[in-house]
Design a protein around this ligand. Structure first.
Ligand SMILES: Nc1ncnc2c1ncn2[C@@H]1O[C@H](COP(=O)(O)OP(=O)(O)OP(=O)(O)O)[C@@H](O)[C@H]1O
Ligand SMILES: [Mg+2]
Length: 243
């Protein structure tokens, strides 16, 4: 591992530079460049199968990188194991609700707290404020919660690890509108507190636009468009995102 703070400005949290990644023989990411400023929300958009989840998994170190660099908070991380990346402050909520269905809500939170220690306990009240349903359902088994409640639990659990960067892969997929609104409110509230950036993969464009500062659109493993989220126009959407 090399540390090279000069190459990353202070206001940048994550830099992805020329990242390539493959599954077996097929190259999925073909040289992705992406920047996540500190205290900002970046929407990662693109049609099904273009490589969004693969990019997130590469950032987390869950699939091997073939080429390129990833720098996080001034440290090069592309050779690091995923557990070290998590400890450095990368929090990941995978696509689909990745909670423990046979543990209670409280036990699901305990798993994160056991990793995060004291800092996580300090964050517990914030998680209860953001998602009151978590507190109301502490004794229930995770598996009996609705899809939206499980998503809130998954996000809450990731927050307990005190991430600097929270990575959310399609948090609104298959969720009812009232819970989508709560997740959007949570993103705004987290941003207001400062010291947290978010990468948000999202198919629901109104949500993505409202919740993010900047956007990247992937197509076939390349960034084909990026900019301020305010500038996400119907033309851009129909060119790159509508099926
Ligand atoms: N474990 C895997 N092994 C082999 N190929 C895979 C694997 N996971 C994904 N792929 C392939 O990699 C490509 C990118 O998949 P990825 O899941 O990153 O897309 P995505 O943009 O997240 O799509 P979606 O919007 O449907 O979630 C697809 O062609 C997919 O079939
Ligand atoms: Mg995906």
């Amino acid at each position: 591992m090399s540390t090279n703070p000069e190459s990353q400005p202070d206001d940048i949290l994550l830099t992805v530079d020329g990242l390539k990644a493959s599954y077996d023989e097929s190259l999925i990411l073909r040289g992705v460049d992406m920047v996540v400023p500190r205290n900002s929300v970046v929407a990662l958009l693109g049609r099904n199968g273009v490589g969004k989840t693969t990019l997130l998994r590469s950032i987390m170190g869950l699939i091997p990188r073939t080429e390129g660099h990833i720098e996080f908070a001034g440290e090069r991380i592309e050779e690091m194991r995923s557990d070290r990346r998590a400890r450095l402050g990368l929090g990941y909520v995978p696509q689909g609700r990745d909670i423990f269905p046979n543990l209670t809500v409280g036990e699901n939170l305990e798993v994160s707290l056991s990793i995060a220690g004291k800092a996580g306990k300090e964050r517990l009240d914030q998680v209860y404020d953001l998602f009151p349903v978590i507190k109301a359902m502490l004794g229930r088994k995770g598996g009996v919660l609705s899809g939206g409640q499980q998503q809130q639990l998954a996000i809450g659990r990731a927050l307990l690890t005190n991430p600097k960067l929270l990575i959310l892969d399609e948090p609104t997929e298959g969720i009812q509108p009232s819970i989508i609104d709560q997740i959007e409110d949570a993103i705004h509230a987290l941003k207001k507190e400062g010291d947290l950036s978010i990468i948000l993969v999202e198919q629901y464009l109104d949500f993505a636009k409202a919740a993010s500062d900047t956007f990247y659109i992937l197509n076939r493993g390349c960034v084909v468009q990026k900019g301020e989220s305010e500038a996400l126009s119907p033309e851009i959407i129909s060119e790159h995102l509508t099926v």
